[in-house]
Ligand binder design. Structure first.
Ligand code: CTP
Length: 138
């Protein structure tokens, strides 16, 4: 059995997330997703997620291509998470290309291309623009 692990925030689930997770799952037999805690997200991205950690865990674990989820509390613990979950392959989006090569000693490291033109940050800003237009029209 080939075990895959990947990490991310997965706030405001969008098609880029789904495509990444489906492609990651297709590389093996079992997909584990480490979902960054609200606190880790604040330190990593400078803002808290819209959905709480518990909500993001519930949403991602409901996907057919995902077998297991857990909370990623620390970026520094990636190696420990890889060992704990006995991962054979670490999958990351290519926004992280080269940044996780040091885990090659624990497992294969694969970077998958991101989907163009969509991100949680973009969604937050477009929802906010729509909200402003609605407020103006009302
Ligand atoms: N991802 C992707 N294509 C996108 C957006 C994200 O393949 N258009 C992948 C990322 O590379 C990562 C995973 O989805 O492996 C989770 O990414 P995350 O950072 O949670 O999503 P983003 O939309 O990039 O969030 P943000 O805008 O907050 O950085």
């Amino acid at each position: 059995m080939k075990r895959i692990i990947t990490f991310g925030t997965y706030d405001l689930l969008h098609v880029g997330h789904i495509r990444l997770l489906k492609r990651a799952a297709a590389l093996g037999d079992h997909l584990t997703v480490g979902i960054s805690s609200d606190e880790l997200n604040i330190s990593k991205k400078g803002r808290g997620p819209v959905y709480t950690t518990a909500e993001r865990l519930e949403i991602i674990s409901a996907l057919d291509c995902v077998d297991e989820v857990f909370v990623e509390h620390s970026l520094e613990a990636k190696g420990d998470y890889i060992k704990e979950h006995q991962a054979d392959v670490l999958v990351m989006g290519d926004d992280w290309a080269g940044k996780f090569d040091m885990f090659n000693t624990l497992c294969d490291v694969v970077y998958l291309p991101r989907t163009e033109g969509i991100s949680t940050t973009y969604l937050i800003s477009s929802i906010s623009d729509v909200g402003k237009k609605v407020a103006k029209a009302g």
